[in-house]
Design a protein around this ligand. Sequence first.
Ligand SMILES: Cc1cc2nc3c(=O)[nH]c(=O)nc-3n(C[C@H](O)[C@H](O)[C@H](O)COP(=O)(O)OP(=O)(O)OC[C@H]3O[C@@H](n4cnc5c(N)ncnc54)[C@H](O)[C@@H]3O)c2cc1C
Length: 448
Amino acid sequence: MKTIREQARNIKIFRETEVVVVGGGPAGVAAALASARTGAKTVLIERYGHLGGMSTGGLVILIPFMSSGGRERQIAGICQEMIDRLDTIDGAVHPSDEETGATDEKTLRYWRRRGTFSMAPGDSVRYGALVDPEKLKCVLNDMVEEAGIKLLLHSWGTRAVVEDEAVKGIIFESKSGRQAVLSQVTIDTTGDGDIFASAGAEFDGTIDRSLRSANLALVWRIANVDSERYLDFQEQEREKHNRLMKELTAKGGFNTYWRSAHDDVLWCNNWIPNLSAVDVEDLTYVEISARKSMLLSHKFLKEKIPGFEKSYIMDTASQTGTRGSRRLVGEYVVTWEDVMSGIIHPDTIALLPHLHNTPEKSFPLVTIPYRALVPRKIENLLTAGRCFSSDPEANNVLNWIQQCIPMGQAAGTAAALAVKSGVTPGKVDISSLQENLMKQGVPLPESK
Ligand SMILES: Cc1cc2nc3c(=O)[nH]c(=O)nc-3n(C[C@H](O)[C@H](O)[C@H](O)COP(=O)(O)OP(=O)(O)OC[C@H]3O[C@@H](n4cnc5c(N)ncnc54)[C@H](O)[C@@H]3O)c2cc1C
């Protein structure tokens, strides 16, 4: 491979701060909010012109499974706060308190027809929300502004500044040029581990092609759909529906259309396999091929599927859909065995409902240990979100939006506590961290 040598140059220091968070997706926003609210001067860097990552720019507009079947919600904290704030501007659709955990067929049927609010017939209604991505962008801006966070949009974090195996901040690129933010703690919430990879932290970039997290996507939405008619067709003429969808897939189209917060809008949850979220040619390929498939799919739906007759393509996601990427190899690696065993880690910072629950088999809650956010060797650095330390199988079921937010909330809180007590993030007092999180409304196991 041919290379050139870039010339060394002096970089302007944009700001010296206590905590810098790179990546303003679900995990990053939660991290920045928790850090600032716990008293640390916080800078948040996001490469695009809005916050929310996949949950807004990626048009991944379903935040499911915040409860595991009963009335109680295991995921609350900042995730719930976002939904509550969306409620005030008519920006979310979700089961009510009374409906959460309901088992009667009428309520179940209603929520099953709305989306992924129960796992199987005979199950109960799980709490979760369909969100309006444009309103969520506004809500996140407000929350970040109110917390006093210094936000830089249109700023691409390019690398960590490292001295003696300790991160001293980051370098970012923007229209204002190449600048640095120096910090006591850096949190990598890029989803792709861009910052920890550049810091020399150990990570695993292997992709297991058999898993959902190995698929890239480009979500698009269709408006003016008669959703009830489409669902009736799916239910009442299942065989015909499945045959037509098979035909569409064989032609190179996408066959999965989910409901959104708006009755007449569906989103296409698609997957383009065997690609890498950190390969620019793969990312380019997705943008081109998904749009070709989108046109073909929409024509087919309009012509052949009841409910789509008057529909039109509303938009495509401004961000490529990425479900999995580099994963930190941290002080603890969460494994598939952990997911299935119900192990309660002594340093649990998030309690997550199991995605595989069915009416026949109920699995224990999954606990995420703080150590899965802490790199080995490299100091002053944390991560959160889909690039947390986990094996491919565990990551595949633990990188959903509602799961990334509590990890971010924990990383931000820990970073601020580290600054306050003058220790590195790896040495934060776990009981104080857990106490602090519980005060923020984060449910944690009673026996840790
Ligand atoms: C098609 C699809 C369907 C999915 N379905 C669901 C679903 O139904 N429900 C669900 O809960 N989850 C779903 N997921 C998974 C979920 O969306 C992600 O795993 C989750 O959003 C990860 O959150 P995150 O904060 O870790 O990363 P992201 O949401 O990827 O956020 C990362 C943020 O960092 C920014 N960033 C990245 N690199 C840099 C950089 N170098 N400098 C500055 N900023 C940077 C990005 O712009 C982004 O804002 C789906 C994903 C896809 C693609």
